[in-house]
Design a protein around this ligand. Structure first.
Ligand SMILES: Nc1nc2c(c(=O)[nH]1)N[C@H]1C(S)=C(S)[C@@H](COP(=O)(O)OP(=O)(O)OC[C@H]3O[C@@H](n4cnc5c(N)ncnc54)[C@H](O)[C@@H]3O)O[C@H]1N2
Ligand code: MOO
Ligand SMILES: [Mg+2]
Length: 418
């Protein structure tokens, strides 16, 4: 009997949102760290990133050509071309070596720094270079608009603007900005360390050959991927037989291990004789928050807290384990790294009838696709808690509210994006 009056069998089912809310008070933001820029890919920024200088930080030529003062060319025509004296050559990475005076021009390459006195760059294709007793001139046959083909300082952004916001997951565009601004070290949130421990005497290691009545421990590896995708770092503790003392001792170590932020177990949370996680949650030094949810699959998903550390007892059934993680552990990890901790939802149209009726909400592994501008969704694989193969094809969970009649094709449903 736990202090909340939970017992093995009489469990008080609570709503998904209430269960999620009951976890959130125990979620604290994880500290930040600084990582090398290449390690920052996919990590979450822990600070706003302001630009220390305008972009671009110098007047930049947009083309290979000649930097000119547009007033020198205002009378240029094919019949009466203007010839400017070539006084400088500015490749990319160099700076102008002379200041342009009236009647002078500088050859300049794309991306190179334009001379202060030039307000325009004329493309090479629109000019000719001519020699005249040892001096080089450039021939222009039409006037140019002042400012053409030169990117002014700060055209993209002025100094001091916030370009990347705290809480953003670093993707390719962010890497362009961070590297351009000189962040060879990047402030990111530490990855919450999530210990994964699977219980079940029936479990074999991945490398072990099958035996009658036994299965390989697939939940641990499925969760490792889900944890990584959620921004956490999976710490694989391994599989344990259905021995409550062994499991309890191991879990206790983890609860006291400052290196571990969250513990996730799989298996043994229902009413079976060897459901040892149920036993642990019924009498442990922590506080059990819930052990029954108004949902399918994963209705026996259980969670508790011990000195501020959350322990999740996910179901052994792969489908239930997967859904239990997505609905409860993923939002917790997200909030630890400054995320909203919400389930990303969109509405979609059912492509086919869903006729299973149920008193609880169903979270059905499904796929959504955009077709003719509308979002459609359909279940994938076996819609059963114990199904293993439906997760690989799923990119969403279709939320089927409690219904007496099931839902018809074309009806609107919410889907949670995976
Ligand atoms: N009489 C009742 N039976 C069941 C109930 C119930 O209320 N009354 N609850 C059902 C529900 S709901 C679910 S969900 C499952 C949950 O089972 P457990 O969390 O206790 O999981 P186990 O019994 O340990 O195993 C269930 C199933 O999953 C397989 N399994 C376990 N660990 C792994 C793993 N690491 N990788 C892959 N597969 C795993 C295990 O072999 C079993 O087949 O209980 C229902 N029963
Ligand atoms: O609630 Mo369970 O995951 O349906 O079997
Ligand atoms: Mg069981």
């Amino acid at each position: 009997m736990s202090e909340k009056g939970f017992t093995r069998f009489n469990r008080k089912a609570i709503k998904v949102d209430d269960a999620l809310q009951s976890l959130l008070p125990f979620v604290s933001e994880i500290e930040a760290e600084s990582v090398g820029i290449m390690e920052a890919i996919g990590r979450r920024l822990s600070q706003d990133i302001q630009t220390p200088h305008p972009i671009p930080h110098f007047r930049r030529s947009g083309y290979d050509g000649y930097a000119v003062r547009s007033e020198d060319l205002q009378n240029a025509t094919r019949q009466e071309p203007v010839y400017l004296n070539l006084v400088d050559n500015i490749p990319c990475g160099e700076v102008p070596s002379v200041s342009l005076k009236e009647g002078e021009t500088a050859r300049i390459m794309t991306g190179a720094m334009a001379p202060d006195e030039a307000d325009t760059v004329v493309m090479l294709e629109a000019t000719d270079q001519v020699e005249d007793n040892g001096k080089t001139f450039v021939k222009f046959t039409k006037p140019v608009k002042s400012g053409a083909n030169i990117t002014p300082i700060g055209e993209e952004t002025q100094q001091g603007e916030v370009l990347l916001n705290k809480g953003k997951d670093i993707d390719s565009g962010d890497m362009a900005v961070l590297s351009s601004l000189g962040f060879d070290n990047v402030p990111v949130y530490k990855k919450p360390k999530v210990a994964v421990l699977s219980t079940g005497t029936e479990l074999l290691d991945v490398s072990e050959p099958l035996e009658p009545g036994k299965i390989r421990n697939s939940n641990t590896y499925m969760l490792a991927a889900q944890i990584g995708k959620s921004g956490g770092e999976p710490i694989l503790i391994g599989k344990f037989p259905d021995d409550v003392d062994v499991a309890k001792e191991r879990i206790n170590n983890l609860l006291h291990d400052d290196e571990i932020d969250i513990i996730v177990t799989t298996g043994g949370v229902s009413v079976g004789d060897y459901d040892i996680m149920t036993d642990i949650f019924l009498n442990w030094e922590g506080h059990t928050l819930f052990n029954k949810i108004m949902m399918r699959p994963g209705s026996v998903t259980t969670a508790g807290v011990f000195n501020g550390k959350l322990l999740f007892g996910l179901s052994g059934n792969p489908g239930a384990c997967f859904v239990g993680f997505e609905l409860f552990a993923k939002p917790v990890i997200d909030r630890m790294i400054d995320g909203a901790g919400e389930h990303p939802k969109i509405t979609a149209l059912l492509e086919e009838d869903y006729l299973k009726v149920n008193a609880f909400s169903r979270f059905v592994r499904g796929r959504y696709e955009v077709k003719e501008g509308k979002v459609w969704t359909r279940p994938v694989g076996l819609d059963q808690s114990s199904a293993l193969l439906s997760m690989k094809d799923a990119n969403c969970l279709i939320v089927i509210p409690p219904t007496k009649t099931g839902l018809k094709a074309g009806e609107q449903v919410e889907v949670i994006l995976l």
